[in-house]
Design a protein around this ligand. Structure first.
Ligand SMILES: [Zn+2]
Length: 282
């Protein structure tokens, strides 16, 4: 057995690969041990995903939406005290009921509050979209490669095909090695609010953290599209250009490929905005 990224023998590998990091809400989408070798698995965790999770965007997203790491931790947010240079940390108070937000400050800040020098605090919610971030771009490449493997895992010989097919070399090498130190551009935009409600066919609502799909365009390009809490990212599987995706969006009225009418997508969940307007989605 060979690893789909480095193509080295992976028979002795012992770890399963989480396609989307656990800290971004993925509990169930894993590849069996050996499909991604331990060395690549560890590389992605420490050199790619960790950097993504440290970005302001994903830290804030996880804080705002309470996305826990596998150890059950949610990263803290920041509390600012204008004009003083003091800073505090905000976190969820797990022991309180109902759930509360706790503000922790150092002694200097606390003294300034007691002395009446600080009267207000601000909790910034950063909604700025992360553009041109190399770690995010490479994580998208990694996730795309792995979802492609997972999608056809039941087909005999498919994993071997994915290992041998040179057409996937630019994508896998970019995700795993990036020898040329490139940053493939990706598209990023908001497609719905992060508190959007999602429903299963039986009408029960579920918590949607991420959803994804592949889009083949008329020009023969394939894009991997994934949305985290309503922020949609798209990456071209063939290389560093997203112009084809932008053109596709333009000729499809900005509709997300995740919500093409009549196509299978994500988890077959219906968001509130489609439920209320079923005949004319987006
Ligand atoms: Zn490997």
């Amino acid at each position: 057995m060979k690893c789909v990224f480095c193509k080295q023998s992976s028979v002795s590998s012992v770890t399963v690969e989480h396609i989307v990091p656990e800290s971004l809400g993925n509990k169930e989408h894993v590849l069996a041990k050996g499909i991604v070798c331990d060395k690549c698995n560890n590389y992605f965790a420490t050199k790619v995903e960790k950097r993504v999770l440290e970005t302001e965007f994903f830290r804030n997203l996880r804080f705002r939406t309470g996305l826990e790491s596998k150890k059950g931790r949610v990263p803290p947010g920041n509390a600012l005290f204008p004009k003083t240079g003091c800073k505090g940390e905000i976190s969820f108070d797990d022991d309180s009921s109902p759930l509360a937000i706790k503000i922790t400050v150092d002694k200097e800040t606390f003294d300034a509050i007691l002395a009446g020098k600080i009267k207000q605090t601000y909790i910034p919610f950063n909604f700025e979209l992360p553009k041109d971030n190399q770690a995010i771009s490479r994580m998208l490449a990694k996730i795309a490669m792995e979802f492609m493997v997972q999608k056809f895992l039941h087909e005999p010989g498919y994993v071997e095909f994915m290992v041998d097919e040179e057409g996937f070399d630019p994508l896998r090498n970019y995700a795993r090695f990036n020898h040329k130190n490139e940053t493939w551009p990706y598209s990023v935009r908001k497609i719905y609010n992060e508190d959007e409600k999602f429903f299963k066919a039986d009408g029960n609502s579920v918590d949607m953290v991420f959803e994804c799909d592949f889009l083949g365009t008329e020009l023969g390009e394939i894009y991997f599209v994934i949305a985290f809490k309503g922020i949609e990212f798209a990456l071209n599987l063939a290389g560093p250009s997203v112009e084809g995706y932008e053109d596709w969006l333009e000729s499809n009225n900005g509709l997300s490929p995740l919500y093409r009418q009549g196509m299978g997508f994500g988890y077959s969940l219906t968001p509130e905005f489609l439920k209320s307007n079923k005949d004319n989605p987006m």
